[in-house]
Design a protein around this ligand. Sequence first.
Ligand SMILES: [Zn+2]
Length: 219
Amino acid sequence: MCNFFDIHTHFPTGNAGVTELENLRFGQVASGQTKFCSVGLHPWYLKADGFDAEKQWLDQQSVLPGVCAIGEAGLDKVCDTPWSLQEAAFRYCIDVSETVQKPLVIHCVRAYNEVIQIKKHRKPKQSWIFHGFNKHPDTAQMLLKEGCFLSFGAALLKPGNHSAEALIQTPVDRFFLETDDDPDVEIAAIYEQAALLRGISLEQLKRLMAENVRKCFGV
Ligand SMILES: [Zn+2]
């Protein structure tokens, strides 16, 4: 039987049967519940006077064997961090992702066009995964067309959320599932909902996700 894979969580459970990628940012210490993590410069927490230390931290962490991805990193139009600092940090994370050859987990709020413009210029070789995707299927299609991956989470459980339709339209080899920052949501519940939406069995979905995670994160 395949494990569940939670590719982006801030609260790893350590539960048997679940493989978790714990997300860590500067200043955070791994919980010890899982050996896999992603490390990144999150736009919410950037400080101009701490940027050098953050970059140094990322350089050191990014090469460690348990680090499977860089992120979350990205652009957020709703947070207070100056745009220039957000962009500098995002570009730095992209460079690190390309250098260490690990995929990039993206936090994006109302900045899809800006992220895609950067992607078109930078032409990264690593996979880009938009985590916590909860937008309209049109946005999903735009990102998929650019070769990106989508990771769906608790929004799938909310009645009427756009992301259910987006999930249905996403090719099987282009999506992941996650719990993100909600400690009350179990990855198994997200899998069950996703399997229902896609009209496949839970076991089929587990096999598909295991294959996607292996290919993208090497886990
Ligand atoms: Zn997160």
